[in-house]
Design a protein around this ligand. Structure first.
Ligand code: ADP
Ligand code: MG
Length: 263
């Protein structure tokens, strides 16, 4: 079963003369464990698509099925519970809470979840242990008691990634997560995300227009004017996957691998 399934999804802003088709008939399946980049020029619909994948926005037409749940059938309360429990975001501007320490920022999703739940809520020390383990996983154990203003941009984004992971979401959505970082730090953040993807099987969908960042994806979906212009394994990962199968990388086109992946 796909983690995310989009069927003929369109999102139209405005009406009449000022109508903008930000998304226009998107069909997309994201399988569990994918590491997928959404790329395309500014205005092509990347943010709109991520917002819809994250239930921050609804399609004007079309259908979304999340891990077998048709979101159409959920009311606003159901949708926000779903978003809280199953979806995590990483933002370009990190969006850490400035008055909380690194550890408290990472604990926050679990604290919110515990308050929303009457049964089976996690205890404070359990939440603390999970947060500290995630902070260690992103390489920031020595910063757990620091405040965001004491960190570099790359470190702040590591905290945001740790925070995104604590509730073990169905998917982590990241809209241009490296846009405010220099290219070296951007590469480190992508390597961190990809390492987590490989070790923990966490599904990542992120947008970028940085070529170095998109090359670290395993699949690249290119948007153009709200439509999918191409949907391919990244050139580096196509070779890697062919190697793993013991096949001749030159003997099989990228298109073949893409269709094999979809089957
Ligand atoms: P990207 O993230 O690829 O730059 P966006 O998803 O932000 O693209 O935007 C896609 C299109 O939708 C653009 O033409 C943009 O101007 C338009 N758009 C985005 N958000 C809104 C909005 N809230 N109201 C009207 N138009 C919007
Ligand atoms: Mg955008």
């Amino acid at each position: 079963m796909s983690a995310l399934h989009l069927e003929k999804v369109s999102r139209i802003y405005g009406k009449g003369d000022v109508e903008v088709r930000a998304l226009d008939g998107i069909d997309l399946d994201v399988e569990p464990g994918e590491f997928l980049a959404i790329v395309g020029p500014s205005g092509s619909g990347k943010t709109t698509l991520l917002n819809i994948l994250g239930c921050l926005d609804s399609p004007t037409t079309g259908r979304i099925v999340y891990d077998g749940t048709d979101l159409h059938g959920l009311d606003e309360t159901g949708l926000s519970a779903y978003r809280r429990d199953r979806i995590s975001f990483v933002f370009q501007s990190y969006n850490l809470v400035q008055v909380l320490t690194v550890r408290e920022n990472v604990e926050l999703p679990l604290v919110i979840e515990a308050r929303a739940r009457s049964k089976g809520a996690k205890k404070a020390d359990e939440i603390r242990d999970i947060a500290l383990a995630m902070i260690e996983a992103v390489g920031l154990s020595d910063k757990a008691d620091r405040f965001p203003r004491e960190l570099s941009g790359g470190q702040e984004q590591r905290v945001a990634i740790a925070r995104a992971l604590v509730k073990e979401p169905l998917v982590v959505l990241a809209d241009e997560p490296t846009a405010n970082l220099d290219s070296h730090t951007a590469g480190e953040i992508l390597d961190l995300m990809r390492g987590i993807n490989e070790r923990r099987g966490t599904t990542f969908v992120f947008s970028t227009h940085d070529r170095l960042v998109m090359e670290r994806a395993r699949r690249i979906v290119t948007l153009h004017d709200g439509r999918i212009a191409s949907d391919l394994p990244s050139p580096s990962s196509a070779a890697g996957e062919a190697d793993k199968r013991g096949a001749d990388p030159a003997g099989r086109g990228i298109g073949d691998i893409a269709s094999a992946r979809r089957r």
